[in-house]
Ligand binder design. Sequence first.
Ligand SMILES: Nc1ncnc2c1ncn2[C@@H]1O[C@H](COP(=O)(O)OP(=O)(O)OP(=O)(O)O)[C@@H](O)[C@H]1O
Length: 241
Amino acid sequence: MLVVDDLCIDAGRTRIARHVSFEIPDGRRLGLLGASGSGKSMIASALVGALPPGITCSGRIVVDGHNVTGVPTPRRPPAARPAMVFQDSATALNPMVTVGKQLRTSDSAELLERVGLRDARRILASHPLELSGGQRQRVCIAVALARKSPLVIADEPTTALDVIGQARVLDALREVPSLLLITHDIAVAAQLCDHLMVLDSGRIVESGSTAAILDSPRTNLVVRMLDRARAADPFRQLVVP
Ligand SMILES: Nc1ncnc2c1ncn2[C@@H]1O[C@H](COP(=O)(O)OP(=O)(O)OP(=O)(O)O)[C@@H](O)[C@H]1O
């Protein structure tokens, strides 16, 4: 269980996140939505204690009963270490170490298969920069799954993928115990998440069950997101998972 209480994130005098509070009870899949620059990735970084230098936070982040505000993941008790899929797969992996060595698990081929990577032997022997962006993105997801953490935080995990790759990754993420999915795409969030939370300029402007938000959005921002998603792909229904 994750509890975030009154989280504020600041870059000097600029406030990036404003009094953000939410919970992820065990078993929940929460989608964090918002336009580019609204503060989604910064909130994710705060949750794993990895804010960039010069960025500060206040408030409280509690994971599995431990107050871990500002504490980097490796220094936390094991139960309070969410697995993180960072947005930039090129920098998230160590370029000098093969995928196989970074996955470090006996079921690595099966994990790669689960995220839609079939050529497991070649990929395990490759260094990250020998892979395509979409392959690297799926390796990052496999690395997060390998941690077997009760909570996975995935920041835009499907942006480099085609629709088939995207579906495989969403299926794999459906299996994790609890999930925070960060995305600007309400159609992706609606496919995977039972609850949604919408951020505008660092402030939560709407939150609730996916069904309630799709049925009766309360803000113009969400109405516009839904209109855009339906116009972009009229064949895909926005359905409640
Ligand atoms: N290192 C930094 N120093 C100062 N400000 C930063 C830094 N990194 C990001 N910001 C600012 O913080 C705000 C939130 O950025 P963030 O990356 O969290 O947005 P986001 O919602 O994840 O956007 P995107 O969907 O484009 O990834 C932006 O205004 C950005 O300019």
